[in-house]
Design a protein around this ligand. Structure first.
Ligand SMILES: Cc1ncc(COP(=O)(O)O)c(C=O)c1O
Length: 390
């Protein structure tokens, strides 16, 4: 079976984890710090905080951005549910701006309308869908004007670049950027996430919240008289300064992720090659074509999403998925619009209110894209897709 996505593990990755198991720490230790530094250096951010998942990273980013009861977070309807859930975790409301039909990314024009109509917006979470960076300069300008913080959801975009050449995650356009190291992503930690930022206050708070809200680095004590003599605090003393979590990632996961990071350029460049091959192969298909035609040179190519006119094809999406399965080819839909999820419907959302997202959803199908996909396997996928209308 050719799946729609798959991680790549080599002997170096295995050796790195085995070495860690033999010689390292099992929980949070030096490998976490090393991975944070490596990611901060790679993307060009001052600080990085590694956590247990991309979802935990979004949760902490929303909390530190000040999202909570009485305010709201805006995101895209075409994303994984976690981008929106981040606001709900911390008691905030969610608003959705529609997508741009040409990129499937958050539409700056739709976002502007939402920002103009709602003064409750505390944070905006643009999602770099399938690895293609959003129009960050437009989004940042509008968010600055509205007094909203930007948290980039770059779960798909580790290794992507902005049009100005900077790496996604350098936070030139945002307060924080969030990554995921789930196995279908650019590099795998098993499970894992990261928040990058250039803001020291946010960084310190993220560190505390990752681990129960307990003081970290040289955070001053809030009740110093409990700590013993003022100039020689008791060495065992610590303070839980606010309600935090156990969102720690382990050294085992970070040993794997550090080893994977060494291969990131190869990973992205092969994905790019595969996308360009697909683009060429599907150029003249009657009923299908790539959704994201632009930005191949800057995208991290997390997904290859075909837009298929199922009505014109005379087959439902279910039929197409099953037909591909019979050829040994996996496919998936990214994503069911978040407002269509029962939980969000219950809150009053309706997918029809986001027409571009809805029409995208009616056509979308992600086909296999991953580092180890061979040319030969890709040709099988191309053939099966091309033969759908026969
Ligand atoms: C856009 C987006 N945001 C957030 C997440 C959450 O990441 P994780 O699975 O690491 O919790 C995902 C994961 O699939 C995602 O695709």
């Amino acid at each position: 079976m050719i799946p729609y996505g798959r991680h790549h593990i080599d002997e170096d990755d295995i050796a790195a984890v085995v070495d860690l198991l033999r010689n390292g720490m099992l929980t949070q230790g030096p490998a976490v710090t090393a991975f944070e530094k490596a990611v901060a250096d790679y993307v060009g951010a001052t600080y990085a905080v590694a956590v247990s998942s991309g979802t935990a990273a979004l949760h902490l980013a929303a909390l530190t951005a000040g999202v909570g009861p009485g305010n709201s977070l805006v995101t895209s309807p075409i994303t994984f549910v976690a981008s929106a859930n981040a606001s709900r975790f911390v008691g905030g409301d969610v608003l959705f701006a529609d997508i741009d039909p040409h990129t499937a990314n958050l539409s700056p024009a739709s976002l502007r309308q939402i920002l103009n109509a709602n003064d409750s917006v505390r944070a905006v979470v643009p999602v770099h869908f399938a690895g293609l960076p959003c129009d960050m300069s437009a989004i940042k300008q509008d968010c600055d004007q509205a007094g909203a913080l930007v948290i980039e959801d770059a779960a798909h975009a580790f290794g992507a670049r902005y049009p100005d050449g900077g790496m996604v995650g350098n936070c030139a356009y945002s307060a924080m950027t969030v990554f995921s190291f789930h196995p279908v992503k650019a590099i795998a930690a098993g499970e894992g996430g990261m928040v990058t930022t250039n803001d020291e206050t946010l960084f310190r708070r993220l560190l505390r919240l990752r681990s129960h809200g307990i003081n970290k680095l040289d955070d001053p004590f809030l009740v110093p008289e409990q700590a013993g003599p003022l100039n020689a605090p008791d060495p065992w003393y610590y303070e839980m300064q606010e309600l935090g979590f156990n969102f720690r990632i382990t050294d085992i996961q970070c040993a794997l992720a550090l080893s994977q990071l060494k291969k990131i350029d190869r990973f992205i460049s092969r994905r790019n090659e595969l996308c360009l091959r697909y683009d060429r192969a599907f150029e003249n298909l009657a009923h299908a074509g790539p959704i994201q035609r632009q930005g191949r040179e800057i995208s991290a190519h997390h997904l290859y999403v075909l837009g298929i006119d199922f009505a014109a094809l005379g087959k439902s999406r279910g039929q197409v998925i099953r037909e591909l399965q019979q050829h040994g080819i996996g496919s998936q839909v990214h994503y069911i619009p978040v407002p269509a999820q029962p939980y969000y419907r219950e809150l009053g959302f309706r997918p029809e209110d986001y027409p571009n997202a809805l029409s995208y959803y009616e056509r979308a199908l992600s086909i296999p894209l991953y580092y180890d996909l061979s040319d030969h396997e890709q040709d099988r996928v191309i053939r099966a897709i091309s033969e759908l209308s026969e």
